[in-house]
Ligand binder design. Structure first.
Ligand code: SF4
Length: 443
């Protein structure tokens, strides 16, 4: 190398697995890498090190994580493992004794220390290379906003509290500053995430912090109201049906807080819910849903369910189907119960549901919900909906209505006479519907 040559910045390739919460961790790590002068490599082969951000929630996710680590070991060899699975290092070491380092979720400093060791950083950090909002893995027009980490609940099928600890909320001012920076940088939709969004601030005793010229309490309602004052849509995920959520629903009639709520109900049978140890007042969920719809008639409710939980009887399952008919949720995902290693549900002594019954219940559940979703979406034909564009185009584009979160809900296919770009919000007349997607023309 001659004196005038700039040393090549070390390159790190990155695999991000798991849920939106893990994606936010990945973005933070990548922002730090860029801040210290690292570049991102497109393939493992050309990289100086590989980071694999793993998911350890279900056994299938663990398998996927181990496969990703295996591929990185084969193609590169200098592999740093982080994320949820990093909280159980033995499993990784057993399979891959030569990984360079293993750290748990949110261990940003330890990940950076491992990267520095595997591929020393250049002397001058190119701090000015970082865009103002940090480096984003999601498209620029929407961004996840993590308001807390960990969880005080102890659902018996879940190991997240074991992996991530009890609830730790970010002060309101920190969340609002991050949101403000994102919006300034062009983000049009903020997706609020955490493990238990409606519990936000409980650990801080709802302490206030100063943002702009006012004190903002670390309460779900206050935070949501302030987020809505920014120039972006606000979408709320992982909300449990506590009574104070009603006040937040009242913010959804017009304005930036979208009439959309993602509530993981998981089941409806009191016996199964009790065995799951679910938070919130689960017996009264139908009442709650009715109350929410009375407050905000346009509300889209999304949820997830587990079928085949240990001890679930045919009667419990039928109760769930009946509940589904009454609840008429808009968007629903279902999982077949998986005995996650370390989850207390495995030690309850309840009878496990055989795989073929799990499969048939899952199918019955999805069919029942599909009919409900199809009716709900068919009712949108003829309406004019605001649609945020995800994939632009001169004649056709793809986007989402206020009732569709990215990655998990439906798509609106848009025919247009003027070019639409990602992040535009277009009014679309809906002409056709399937059980999941909508088609229409920009007006
Ligand atoms: S609320 Fe239950 S399922 Fe969700 S993270 Fe907490 S313990 Fe896990």
């Amino acid at each position: 190398m001659t004196g005038s040559e700039t040393p090549r910045a070390p390159r790190v390739s990155f695999v991000s697995l798991g849920c939106p919460k893990a994606l936010v961790d990945s973005e933070r790590i990548i922002t730090r890498l860029r801040a210290e002068g690292y570049e991102l490599a497109k393939s493992h082969a050309g990289a100086d090190a590989v980071i694999v951000n793993t998911c350890g929630f279900l056994d299938s996710a663990k398998k996927e994580s181990l496969e990703a680590i295996g591929a990185a070991m084969a193609e590169n060899g200098k592999v740093i493992v982080t994320g949820c699975m990093g909280a159980e290092p033995e499993q990784i070491r057993d399979a891959f004794p030569n990984v360079a380092a293993i750290t748990g979720p949110q261990a940003y400093e330890s990940v950076m220390a491992a990267v520095r060791q595997a591929a020393p950083a250049p002397h001058d950090p190119f701090v000015d290379l970082i865009p103002e909002q940090g480096v984003k893995l999601t498209p620029r027009h929407y961004s996840y906003l993590k308001i807390s980490e960990g969880c005080d609940n102890r659902c018996t099928f879940c190991i997240i509290p074991k992996l991530r600890g009890d609830l730790v909320s970010r002060p309101a001012v920190d969340v609002l500053r991050e949101a403000e920076r994102l919006v300034k940088a062009g983000v049009k939709e903020l997706l609020v995430i955490s493990q238990d969004t409606s519990a936000y601030g409980r650990d801080l005793r709802y302490a206030s912090s100063l943002w702009r010229d006012r004190e903002v309490s670390a309460r779900f309602l206050d935070l949501t109201r302030e987020l809505a004052s920014l120039d972006a849509w606000v979408r709320l995920h992982y909300v449990y049906p506590y009574p104070h959520v009603d006040e937040v629903i009242a913010l959804m009639n017009g304005g930036n807080v979208l009439p959309y709520i993602d509530v993981p109900f998981q089941h409806a049978s009191p016996a199964v819910l009790k065995a799951m140890k679910r938070p919130g007042n689960q017996e009264k969920t139908l009442e709650r849903i009715r109350a929410w719809r009375a407050i905000c008639p346009e509300l889209t409710i999304r949820s997830t369910f587990i079928v085949g939980f240990p001890g679930e009887t045919e009667e419990d399952f039928r109760l769930l189907l009946d509940w589904l008919d009454e609840a008429r949720l808009d968007r629903v995902g279902a999982f077949k119960y998986e005995p996650v290693a370390g989850a207390r549900a495995n030690d309850l002594g309840a009878e496990t549901v055989p795989d073929e019954i799990k499969q048939s219940r899952w199918k019955r559940f999805m069919e029942r919900q599909q009919a409900i979703s199809a009716r709900k979406l068919a009712a949108k034909v003829g309406k004019r909906l605001e649609v945020i564009i995800d994939e632009g185009g001169a004649q056709t584009a793809k986007g989402r209505s206020k009732g569709d979160a990215p990655g998990i809900d439906g798509t609106v296919h848009v025919a247009t006479r003027r070019a639409l770009r990602a992040g535009d919000i277009a009014t679309v007349k809906i002409e056709r519907a399937s059980p999941y997607d909508l088609w229409g023309s920009a007006v």
